[in-house]
Every structure is written in C-alpha cells, then in structure tokens.
Design a protein around this ligand. Sequence first.
Ligand code: ZN
Length: 433
Amino acid sequence: MGYFDPVVETLDPPALARLQREKLAALFDAIRAGNGFYRRKLGAFEFDPRRDDLGGFFELPLTTRAELEGDQTAHPPYGTNLSYPLEQYVRLHQTSGTTGTPLRMPDTAASWQWWIRSWRTIFGAADVTAADRLMYPFSFGPFIGFWSAFESAFDLGAMSLAAGGMTTSARLRYLLDNRATVICCTPTYALRMAEVAAEVGVDLVSSSVRALIVAGEPGGNIPATRAKIETAWGARLFDHIGATEVGAWGFECVENPGGVHINEAEFIAEVIDPDSGKTLPDGVPGELVLTNLGRLGTPVIRYRTNDRVCLTRGRCPCGRSYARLEGGVIGRQDDMLLIRGNNVFPAAIEGILRGVDGVAEFRLRVIESGALTDLEVDVEPEPAADGKALVERAANALRDTLHFRPRLRLVAPGALPRFEMKSRRVTRGDGEL
Ligand SMILES: [Zn+2]
C-alpha cells in the first residue's frame, strides 16, 4: 500500500540519479535520431548521459513555453518537437489557452503509457486501489485535465464514473447511487459540489467518498481552501500538479499532507532564479525547471514551468527520497501582482479569504491608473451570512497579512461565476461584472 512501484519509489539518492541518467540516455538517443527541435537546440553541446554526470546536463540551455509556441507557429500545427514520424502519434492534448496561444502536444502510444504510469504513482501514493470507484464530475475536453487519470484507473483495475454534461445536483445523485469513493476535480469544483450538496440536502460527510484528488489550479495547497474542502466532504484531499506540456509530475503522499512530491523517477527537477537563470540551492524559493524522462515522442528538456516553488530534500516518512515542495506550488511566476509596491500572489489572497467564515466566492480586480496599481476584491457571502460584517472581517484579514487594505465590494449571493475547470478569479481593469 502507498506505492505503485515500491522498489523504484524508495531508491536512495545515488540509485535514483543512476536511474535518471539511464532514462536520459534513452531520451537523448530518441532526440538525436529524429527530433528536429532539440537537435537544433542541443546539437552544439557535447553532453552524453552515458559518460557525463548530471552536472553537465544542468549546463544545457533552458526550454521556454514561448519557444515551443514559436516552433508550432513556424511549423503548424505540431511544430518540430516530434521524435518520431507523425503517424506514430495517437493522442493529442492542448493547453487550456487561458494564458495565450494553446500549445498542442501529441503523444505516441509509448508516451501515453508513460502518462498512465505516472498516474499509477499518484494513485498508489493516495492508496487508491482496484476496489475504488473514481468519479470525474466535469466534461472531458481537449486539455489533459484528468484524461490520463481516467486511463490509468483502467490500468489499475478501478471503476471510472464519467460525469460530464450533468448538473451539479445530478452529479451528486450519481455519486450517491454509484457509491463513488474518490473524486477527481478542481478544488473550486469540489467546493461548488459541497455548496450545492448543502442546498439540496445531501450529506457528503456520510457519503462513501473518502478522498479527493484535486488539480488544475491552486487550492489543494492553500491550507484554508484545503480545510474547507476536507471538512465539507469528510474526506482526505490529495493535491496533484501536472501540465500538458510536461506531464503528471507532482503528487501527495498519505504521510505528508500539504506537501507535494516530485516523481523523480520520471522527472529531473531543478530550481532556478527566474531572472538570472542560475540554479538555486535547495530551500531557496525560485522557478521550477523540469525534464520529463519518459515522454520520448514530445519531450521537454530543462523546461521552465513558470511555477514558483520551495524545494527540499531528505527522506519523507512515506519512505520516498523524492524532492518535496512544502506548500506545493506557491504561485505562477507571471501571476504575481504588484499592488502598491507589494508582491502578491492570487493564491495568497485565496488563502486568506477562504479562512474567513461566510465567504462563498470571491474575485480579484486589478486596476491600473497611471503608475499606481490597486486591487479590488468582490466578495460573495454565503446565503445565511451577514454581508456587512463579512466584508469587515475579510478586510481586516487581508490587511493583517498583506499590510495594505484592498477595496472590498459586496456582491449578491450567486453573483460570481462558478467554474468546473480552470477558474478565472483575476480580472484586469474596471470592466463590468
Ligand atoms: Zn512522502
């Protein structure tokens, strides 16, 4: 219990580094044989994983999202980061496009198997077994969101309940009728289901659900959001982090709630200073850089994830020596707001507001007037809450932590949007609701 592959997952650091170099050697063979993008990018470098230690690897050039996008614009539709002929690719996913141009990532059958294996590790760590029934309360789309979980559950032998195209209350009925035990969704939608359950009189705490695996947005790592979800569901939350262009790299174990392991059997992790690009020592916050070791068809090498993290090492009580991110992903580098001279991550504001009793939803509005950037917060109360008192409590909580007082605006219950997939709670300018 607690593992997919107990031998690999408990390797000591030198054995793990050897495994990474072996996988890197296979990856470099594939790239040198057929990958136009990385042949051009790495052609001038002598690094050989069979001969050199990982020190030389960390001197290779970084890969950025903009480079991959530019390559696809120049060579539509899939670019040149393809190690094999196109007819060998069987799956396509693309980024959700919330940050600009969608990036299209095709996978070969072998690379897709790698995704499925990565998810087996996530399920193993959360003690998900063939006896579980997993429910996916959203409509599957072109982005990766839980597709690989769905197929990995088949590989594991667990039953999957697809619940797209239903209202939230119909999904609650479906959940009860089929005695789902594990829910895979975004943290926001986990809260939304709890909200509707309260409205229609469904008691989630006494339901068969014992765990939620959340992904796609911050929340699983925000203590107040996490506590709210776990209390409403009477179930354990496991945070998962992945990305279409990188893979399913982050997972939580039973023994370290709120911390995220990096699956270092399948990924090489580093943290860099986002400005200088220099490698930072463990324990210093910076930007996470990942290399995936098993997606040979469309790899990323030293890829800048844009995720701000604080990485630590040392054996976890679960037995793994995989790197850990305490508090998960702190924020996205380019989501950071500069408000009246203060650096603020939207996730930090969520952490404060979810801890205020009676807040049902919120939205942040960044208002730029001349040189001054200001923040306005729309707060939606729970139906029974006293709105005025709630705004006062929220304002005080924000001021105590942020050291400035954003403008707060009370909106009517139900006024703010609810999201099934990626939430968009930050808006710019003073446009209409
Ligand atoms: Zn652990």
